[in-house]
Unconditional design. Sequence first.
Length: 128
Amino acid sequence: MEQYLIDTNAVSDYFSASLPEKGLLFMDDIIDVIPNISVITQIELLSWKTERNVEKNVKDFITDSIVSFITPDVIKHCVILRRSRKIKTPDAIIAATALALGYSLVTNNEKDFAAIKGLKIINPHKVL
């Protein structure tokens, strides 16, 4: 079964219901299993200044998720990415986490992750 690492923007789009119907259904399916997020996504989500009900939903989502931390394997992949291309450190950590775990990355931010060798990207806005 394919595993997914969910990027912050995909979580945001999901909670704001700004995804097309097929994207919402796709996200429902992967969130109904146990969602996987990077520690970077956890930090970004907890940093949102939002309404209390949304904040509670976000905290519940994080509680239900498997949060992947920065391991030596993630560091190795991150260093390779940062040395080979211009990529922000948080994005490099997220991509490195997906690569280290062999997960597909669910993101609407295809541009920053494009052409990373071995990284499979799924954009929930473009799910068929």
